[in-house]
Design a protein around this ligand. Structure first.
Ligand code: KG4
Ligand code: ZN
Length: 340
């Protein structure tokens, strides 16, 4: 099958990035993302503005993906798109576009689960990056997601832990907002944390049973702590910013690694793959390396451009589903709460 020339166009529009990618038999030829800057001034994604920006971006983004891949629409074997989960208005733009394009070109349409795509991004053929063997544990951590998934096969996955409130990226972003760091604050906290003492301010980790996570109490604890300290010393944040960031990051990483350790213990699986924007974090990468040495884990982190929201991960799922002849009909609908 791989000797055939299969070209899949992947389209991702679940949140605030309009993205398109072309994959040729497992190898990415182009991966275009138009990030929507408009949300920065609001400190978070505004759904209605996101849908409008997707409408403006989708045609040029798809055009560019085809151009960089060096192919024409007529050469496409199928169109894959994100069906969900995500923001309904945003999903509708990608879904309608993909349906019309596949219909016009008379080629198969493939619906993709965004959460599955974050995990299957590990199967993109990329030099220097290994593919995890089945079964493995996948931890998807971003501004919208926090999940631990037992992956038995490409399309046989079981969520064994997830957040009951905020996502881990929100814990970074909302704590950062309290510190006046702007949005998104995750990368800034990461940078400043390198210069601080992670044990300067011991924040308590939330107690959540099993493999589930909770981050909303942590965010509030940071807010109350800062408010209290600023009352005592108005310059508290400026004078201690590095230590505060290091302590926040240390606590969040501790929450994630505690659950990973438990997941490994419960399942006996030691291959761990991470994905999502937060996997760029230096602290989590270091913790995974330590887990390799201390607990015998083998860890997998995809190329950065395949960890944040992107269309290459949609294209790889499209390719894998194409090989199985697993297509959608024109009646397929976006589903903002699609489950794994
Ligand atoms: O996957 P992503 O680009 O978008 C979605 O949320 O789906 O992830 C963005 C999130 C934001 O919350 C951002 O603050 C966080 O990932 N992030 C980081 C780092 N880089 C991005 N958090 C901590 N450390 C980083 N280096
Ligand atoms: Zn995502």
């Amino acid at each position: 099958m791989a000797s055939q020339n299969i070209y899949i166009l992947g389209i991702e529009s679940s949140c605030d990035d309009t993205a398109a990618s072309v994959i040729h038999n497992g190898k990415i030829l182009s991966n275009i993302v138009a990030s929507q800057k408009i949300h920065e001034q609001y400190g978070g994604v505004v759904p209605e503005l996101a849908s409008r920006a997707h409408q403006q971006n989708i045609v040029p983004v798809v055009d560019q993906a085809l151009k960089i891949a060096g192919i024409t629409k007529a050469e496409l074997s199928a169109v894959a798109f994100t069906k969900g989960p995500g923001l309904m208005g945003s999903l509708l733009v990608g879904t309608s576009f993909a349906k019309s394009l596949a219909f016009g070109l008379k080629i198969p349409l493939i619906d993709v689960n965004h959460m599955q795509a974050h995990i299957l991004a590990h199967f993109i053929e990329e030099e220097g990056f290994n593919t995890p063997p089945f079964p493995f544990l996948a931890m998807t951590i971003s501004g919208g997601h926090t999940q631990i998934v037992k992956v038995k096969n490409h399309f046989d996955m079981e969520v064994i832990g997830q957040t009951i409130d905020d996502a881990v990226g929100e814990a970074f972003d909302k704590s950062g907002k309290t510190l006046g760091l702007g949005y998104p604050a995750g990368p800034k906290i990461d940078k400043l944390a390198k210069l601080g003492n992670p044990k300067a301010y011991p924040f308590t980790k939330p107690r959540v049973d099993g493999l589930n996570f909770s981050f909303s109490g942590f965010k509030t604890a940071v807010l109350y702590f800062i408010q209290k300290q600023v009352k005592l010393n108005p310059n508290f944040i400026e004078e201690n910013l590095n230590d505060i960031c290091a302590s926040i990051q240390y606590t969040i990483i501790g929450i994630l690694t505690d659950k990973l350790k438990l997941a490994v213990k419960q399942t006996g699986i030691t291959h761990i793959a991470i994905g999502g924007g937060v996997s760029a974090n230096t602290g989590i990468r270091q913790a995974l390396k330590e887990g390799e040495a201390k607990h015998g884990w083998t860890t997998y982190v995809p190329k950065f451009e395949f960890t944040t929201d992107n269309a290459a991960m949609i294209a790889i799922v499209g390719y894998l589903k194409f090989l199985e002849g697993n297509f959608a009909t024109q009646n397929v609908m976006a589903n903002s709460r699609l489950k794994l």
